[in-house]
Design a protein around this ligand. Structure first.
Ligand SMILES: Cc1ncc(COP(=O)(O)O)c(C=O)c1O
Length: 431
């Protein structure tokens, strides 16, 4: 009888024993520390970070201004629960978001702890404001994992499996192409749901988990017109696109379209859990006092961090760097995409980068190839992300502060890994 030796690192064995199985670990690394766009694992191996903690650290790890703001607030007040005793950073952050967000007319804000919770609250407000039940979301959209957010998230496996009935009614529309007009959109929606049943339309201006798919300016205008005509609340989920990531402070700004509500999360707290709903005052104020909130939402340390993130945004406009990152990636990556490579398209918006793969050699699908490529890239010291319905998109979300040499180095290593993988498969690739 042969006994097999468990080769996995000790921390991974501990994780499997201690942490619920549903909590996926997409890369088998355990991080000990990070700085800027570099990570070091517990064995001291260095990685270039193209994941940014799932698109959270837009200003990079350990940004000095953000760290200092957190430390200063820690000395003063760590928690108050706003419903019990207000704190100044909450109010200051609400004021700041109200002036910055592309909302038409006076705005108000609600602070929360995570993105899914922000989307849940946006829908509560939309339902209360309209007195209607239904929500329209898009195929490929990701809005979080709590019940209503999960209902609005389009991907079924593994997100929705085993959790029984989700709240509704929620309808998913196929991702609109640029030919969509107000009349065609109305007709398409009406086949599924009467327009006057709709409380909200929720979209990501650029789908992140969906594989870096951007809605065109024209499509956003069509959605705005539809919502205006039928009294529907238009919600922009900017949890991933917001705060510089897309090449503007808010991705909606590129289109000039103002939604009624914007949800924010991820990078808002500079690494601390914080989220927000910012919206038109009449919608934000449509429910009675006490109908919104939670224990930790708008934690003062997270709000102080967010204020420093916004200070940095306003002083240095890092969304311009996001555009430069996008341009650099376009120059490097477009030549990788040709008829005899496994890459079918390159999708870029600011510092949101997606490489779409198809099957090649023994890789039966683009998803299999991306999984293998991400593993190789990690072994060569680059941390990446996956996206797309079938995991067919290699997604890169570098910090907006990444240096050009590090960006180049990371892309070069991914290119080398791809070339090696495909050569082993005898598939021609000139990456
Ligand atoms: C667009 C979008 N909305 C909502 C969420 C959910 O945010 P959280 O994981 O903080 O609940 C995410 C997370 O990836 C997201 O990308």
């Amino acid at each position: 009888m042969t006994s097999t030796v468990d080769q996995r690192p000790q921390w991974l064995r501990q994780k499997e024993k201690a942490v619920a199985r549903g909590v996926a670990l997409r890369d088998e690394i355990c991080i000990a520390r990070a700085e800027g766009s570099l990570l070091w694992d517990i064995d001291g191996r260095e990685y270039i970070d193209f994941a940014s903690g799932m698109g959270v650290l837009n200003l990079g790890h350990g940004h000095p201004r953000v760290q200092a703001a957190m430390a200063a607030q820690m000395q003063k007040l760590v928690h108050s629960c706003f419903h019990s005793a207000a704190n100044e950073p909450y109010i200051a952050l609400a004021e700041r978001l109200n002036t910055l967000a592309p909302i038409a007319g006076p705005a108000k804000s609600l602070l929360l702890s995570g993105g899914a919770e922000a989307n849940e609250n946006a829908i509560k407000l939309a339902r209360a404001f309209t007195g209607r039940p239904a929500v329209l979301a898009l195929e490929g959209g990701f809005h979080g994992r709590t019940f209503m957010a999960l209902a609005m998230t389009s991907k079924r496996r593994p997100h929705k499996e085993g959790f029984g009935d989700l709240p509704g009614p929620v309808y998913h529309l196929s991702f609109p192409d640029n030919a969509q007009t107000l009349a065609s959109l109305q007709a398409e929606i009406e086949r599924r749901v009467p327009l006057n049943d709709l409380a909200a339309v929720i979209v990501e201006p650029v789908q992140g988990e969906g594989g870096i798919r951007a809605l065109s300016e024209k499509t956003l205008r069509v959605f705005r017109a539809l919502c205006d005509r039928h009294g529907i609340v238009f919600i922009a989920d900017e949890i991933q696109t917001g705060l510089g990531r897309s090449g503007d402070l808010f991705a909606m700004q590129a289109s000039g379209v103002c939604p009624d509500l914007i949800t924010l999360g991820k990078s808002l707290g500079g690494g601390l859990p914080l989220a927000a709903v910012v919206g038109r005052a009449p919608v934000m104020d449509c429910v009675a006092e006490g109908a919104l909130g939670n224990t930790f939402g708008g934690n003062p340390v997270a709000c102080a961090a967010a204020l420093s993130v916004l200070d940095e945004m306003e002083d240095r406009q890092p969304w311009l760097q996001a555009r430069a990152i996008g341009e650099h990636c376009r120059e490097v990556l477009l030549p990788w995409c040709h008829s005899d490579s496994a890459i079918t398209s390159v999708r870029i918006r600011g510092a949101m980068i997606g490489l779409v793969f198809e099957s090649a050699g023994h890789f039966k699908s683009g998803g299999e190839l991306v999984a293998a490529l991400r593993r190789r890239a990690r072994e060569s010291g680059v941390l990446t992300l996956v996206a797309g319905e079938h995991g067919e998109v290699l997604r890169l979300l570098p910090a907006l502060t990444i240096s050009e040499p590090l960006l180049k180095d990371g892309l070069q290593r991914i290119g080398d890994c791809l070339q090696m993988l495909l050569q082993e498969e005898s598939v021609v690739c000139r990456a």
